[in-house]
Design a protein around this ligand. Structure first.
Ligand code: 5GP
Ligand code: ZN
Length: 117
């Protein structure tokens, strides 16, 4: 655990979150500032800064995170109409929290993939 990391502190229960799914190695909770009708963040409980670090350091954890995203999509009823999973990574993507997290977005039409196109 990184005491300076917001999402490590959510995993530790030090900061409240609305949890929608949990496994031994993953946690999923609602984004505090949702960008769609459904906006869930899915994280590994272990600290990895971004998706590259996770993929390189913990392949099994990467698979577990993807499986958790799928479970969240099913649990939130997103499968039939479709949804989006994204990882903001680094400066150009505007990553704000450096504990890897998948955004699972859906519940309404999501528009174009990127605002700049
Ligand atoms: P990023 O920009 O790093 O990809 O996404 C960080 C996300 O974390 C943002 O969508 C932001 O709304 C969300 N967030 C920031 N602080 C908190 C918090 O304390 N609780 C929850 N649930 N989400 C947060
Ligand atoms: Zn962390």
């Amino acid at each position: 655990m990184d005491n300076n990391c917001l999402f490590c502190r959510i995993v530790a229960g030090e900061i409240p979150a609305t949890v929608v799914h949990e496994t031994d190695t993953t946690l999923a909770f609602r984004d505090i500032d949702p960008k769609a009708a459904v906006h869930v963040l899915v994280i590994p409980k272990a600290h990895h800064a971004d998706v590259v670090a996770l993929a390189q350091d913990d392949p099994a954890g990467s698979a577990a995170l993807l499986a958790a995203c799928a479970a969240v999509a099913e649990g939130e009823g997103l499968r039939a109409d479709g949804f989006r999973v994204l990882f903001n990574t680094g400066g150009y993507a505007g990553q704000e929290v450096f504990h890897v997290h998948a955004h699972v977005l859906g519940g309404e039409p999501l528009g174009p993939m990127l605002a700049i196109r």
